[in-house]
Design a protein around this ligand. Sequence first.
Ligand code: FES
Length: 375
Amino acid sequence: MYSQNTLRNTFILIKSLRKPVSNVRGAFISRSFVSVASQKDNDEKGPTGIVLMNLGGPSTLEGVNDFLTRLFLDPDLIPIPFQSHLAPIIAKRRTSKIQEQYDKIGGGSPILSWTEKQGKAMEKLLDEINPKYAPHKSYIAFRYAPPLTEDAIIHMKKDGVKRAVAFTQYPQYSCSTTGSSLNELWRKSEKLDSERSIKWSVIDRWPTHPGLIEAFARHIKTAIKQYPSDVQNKVVLLFSAHSLPMTVVNRGDTYTSEVAATVHRVMERLEFSNPYRLVWQSQVGPQPWMGPQTNEAILGLGKKGHNNLLLAGITGLRRAESLNDDPIFIEAIANIAKDHLLSGKVMSTQLKLRCPKCNKDVCQRARDFFENQII
Ligand code: FES
C-alpha cells in the first residue's frame, strides 16, 4: 500500500504511445552478410523500398499553414462539413498559434530529421540481417508535411524500386492515422504508378512487438530510478496516448484496444511493479473523446493525494525519454521489416476487416488495392 501523500510527488507521464519503439539487442536477430550473388541479383531489381509512414510535422514556421491545411482537409482524420471550403479557413485561423508553439521548440518539428536518422540506421541493419531483399532503401511518406506520399512514390520510381513495404510508424492501428496513410497511398499509386510497377505489402500495426515493449519498459525503469529509492515502487505510471473522438471509437476502430494491449504488455514486462493508468491527450473541439484526459487525470490523482491540490502543485511530474534513435528501437523496426518481408504476407488479417460501422468506400478500395498485390 502507498499513502496518498506520496502520490503528489510520484507521477510519471509516459507519452506518445503512437510513436515507434524497439527490440532486445541481439535477442531477435542473427546477423549475416549480404552475399555477392544476392546483392547483384537485387541490384538488377532495384532496392527494396521501406516506406516509413507517419503524420509528419512542419520543419519550418513557414510550413505550418500548409501542414494544417492538409490536416484539416483529411476526412479520415477530421470529417468536417464542406471540408474543401472550410479546411483552409480553419487552418489559417490556427496558424499563428501553432507557429508560436513550434517556435518554442526551435522553429519546427524534429520529426523529419528523426525519421531520416531512423530510416538510414534501419536500412543499414536490414542489409545485414535480411540479405535476401538487400539492398534496402528507406523512404518517408508523411501525411501532412513534406516529404508526402507522392514524393515517396516518385522517388522510388526514379530509383527503380519494384518491391516496397508500407511500414506504419504508428505501432497501434487507427483508421484516422495508418488507415488515412494507406488510403492516400492507394490514391497516389493509382495516379502516379498506374502501370503498377511497384508491388506493395503493408506493415499495418505492431502494438505488442517485443522490441516495442522492451524499449518502453527500459525507458520507464530509467525514469523511475530518478525518484528517491523509498518511493520508487509507489510512483504512479500514467500512459498518455493520443485520444480519439468517440464517434471513431464507436465505429469500431481498433486503436484504443491496441493501445491498451501495449500498456498491458509493458506492465507485464515490468512485473506490475507500480500502479498505473492509461490516459488520453490532445482532445480538441466540443465533441466527446476517449478519456480520461491526461490533464484531468493528473489533477484528479493529485487531489486524491492532497485535498484541494492544484495541478501546479504537483512537482514530481516526469516524462520517460522518447525513443528516437535508441539502438533498441532501430533494431526493433529492422526486425519488424525483416520478419514481414520473409513472411510473404501482403497485410495482416486484421487490416482486411473494416470497422463494423464504416461507410467509406475508400476504405474498401484501398484494401482491395493492397490485397490484390502479387509479391
Ligand atoms: Fe475504419 Fe473505414 S473507417 S475501415
